[in-house]
Design a protein around this ligand. Structure first.
Ligand code: SAH
Ligand code: SF4
Ligand code: F3S
Length: 480
């Protein structure tokens, strides 16, 4: 299990003084206990906050204990076979809880719901409701259907839905960092990837609602927002303008660089992060915007997937090795000291040892600060599943993975060592996992930093920390 999400209704200043809208909280839902658990990427965690908002507005309450829940929702991921296996195993545990409480509703949300649709109801008898990522507004109706003795499914994908007007209920929140969704779906067709099928077409959320959400978060004490999208560099908002008096800016719309600058302008005390950048779309304009704003973190996640141009073409990533290196060089030139992380897949269809070695040499070239590394997992319905044989034996995929994990471990350590003796600006997030005598937080470059608690400092404040020691994952030092 990735994480347990415990919803807490946050104080929403914008609603103060408004009359209580009793008709919005019909008694039939009042006090019903919702338990929600999320798997997969940050998008899914962010979506669970939308789901919680929709149901808490209807009068639901939340529980941390699924055994006494009235409704259990599991927000699922399909990215690799393992992700789906974990969800199936978790459903077995819910089965026991449901046998003790037959009135309990079990719902599957997210990408697996979208991929398997009504088939889920046949495959897993305990599931009552299946809801895709664009259908969460329909949840109250779907719950009504289940209450009336039916099973319920809504997996319609939308070209417009961005949930822009829904103010997410921050789940499991430390009150300091928050995810803000800026777009949904993906129009790229990377041949290995299931996301375009589970999340539908790409669409951008309007900048006004993004700025409002970030401004509200800052007002509530949050100090870091992470702007989320599968490919943030293709963010594009164009208003539908009627009439004649429209400005040039309105005609051109808003791109990602402009959105970043707008969010950064909310306050110099608000840190801005974003994920994920795509090598084919990240522009110099975005890099200059990052360089020009102290509060846009100097950290870019730029998934490479493979260092070999033939494999990149089979993956339909639409860039080659040279292009990727050009983007890395641009980052190093425009944002000196910027941290870079990546995603890598080993053993993609027909990958030879020599081609794998080009991934290794790419890692040597970039010296990533951090990497997420995976063995290729064929996903039904994807272009790769249709066109190419999944012909690299598991033992080879796994040996290649082991090799790059060891390489990354060395590079992470080198990157950390390069920070020793330097002062890090750290946003304090809370106590360290190991001790209440230490605080932990992340540096601008996203490194975890641990240091002794000092009087006058508390979570949500910035501290300047001199890095004195390190492991491959953590810097340790003291406030200066
Ligand atoms: N939108 C992001 C990535 C989303 S999925 C991007 O374009 O980079 C996160 C990562 O999972 C991908 O970058 C890829 O490395 C990995 N991944 C996706 N599909 C996979 C598959 N079928 N097998 C193994 N890893 C996969
Ligand atoms: Fe998947 Fe590619 Fe879209 Fe990322 S950009 S979500 S890897 S299709
Ligand atoms: Fe998984 Fe869906 Fe995210 S497949 S990685 S939860 S977009």
């Amino acid at each position: 299990m990735m994480d347990l999400l415990i919803p807490e209704k946050v104080h929403d200043e914008s609603r103060q003084g408004e009359p209580l809208m009793l008709e919005q909280t019909p008694e039939k839902y009042n006090g019903r206990k919702l338990y929600i658990e999320s798997y997969g990427c940050a998008m899914n965690f962010s979506d669970s906050e939308i789901v919680a908002s929709i149901l808490l507005d209807k009068g639901f309450e939340t529980t941390k204990d699924f055994t006494n829940a009235d409704v259990i929702f599991i927000n699922t991921c399909s990215i690799r076979e393992n992700a789906e296996v974990r969800v199936r195993n978790r459903l077995k545990e819910f089965k026991v809880a449901k046998s003790n409480n037959p009135g309990m509703i079990v719902g599957v949300l997210g990408c697996m719901a979208e991929r398997l649709k009504a088939k889920f109801l046949e495959e897993e008898k305990l599931v009552d409701v299946v809801v895709g990522p664009d259908a969460y507004r329909d949840l109250p109706n779907l719950i009504d259907q289940v209450d009336s003795g039916q099973k319920a499914v809504n997996v319609l994908l939308s070209r417009e839905e961005t949930y822009a007007d829904i103010s997410p209920v921050r789940l499991n929140s430390n009150g300091i960092n928050a995810f803000v969704s800026i777009m949904r779906g993906c129009d790229n067709m990377c041949s290995f990837c299931v996301v375009p099928f589970t999340r539908g077409r790409e669409r951008s959320r309007d900048p006004q609602s993004i700025i409002k959400e970030c401004t509200d978060l800052f007002g509530q004490g949050y100090r870091e927002v992470t702007l989320l999208g599968q490919n943030v560099d293709s963010y594009k908002w164009k208003p539908e303008v009627e009439g004649e008096s429209i400005s040039i800016a309105e005609i051109k719309g808003t791109n990602f660089a402009q959105l970043l600058a707008m969010v950064a302008a909310i306050s110099p005390e608000l840190r801005v992060r974003f994920s994920t950048s795509h090598p084919k779309d990240i522009t110099d304009e975005v890099l200059h915007t990052i360089a020009e704003h102290d509060n846009i973190c100097k950290y870019i996640h730029l998934p490479v997937q493979s260092g070999n141009s033939r494999i990149l073409e089979l993956m339909n990533r639409t860039y080659d090795r040279e292009w990727y290196i050009n983007r890395i060089d641009a980052i190093r030139r425009i944002i000196p000291g910027c941290a870079i992380s990546t995603d890598v897949i080993t053993g993609f269809c027909s990958e030879t040892d020599e081609e794998h070695q080009e991934t290794v040499s790419m890692m040597d070239y970039v010296q990533y600060d951090f990497a997420y590394m995976f063995m290729y997992s064929e996903r039904p319905g994807t272009l790769a599943a249709k066109r190419y044989a999944d012909d690299i034996p598991d033992a080879v995929k796994s040996a290649r993975l082991t090799e790059i994990v060891a390489k990354q471990q060395q590079h992470s350590h080198l990157r950390m060592q390069a920070q020793l003796g330097k002062v890090q600006k750290v946003l304090i997030e809370g106590f360290s996992k190991k001790s209440k005598n230490d605080y932990a937080g992340r540096s601008d470059q996203n490194a975890m930093v641990v240091f002794p608690v000092k009087e006058g400092y508390k979570p949500g404040m910035y501290a300047y920390v001199l890095a004195e020691r390190c492991t491959s994952a953590t810097l340790m030092g003291r406030i200066i």
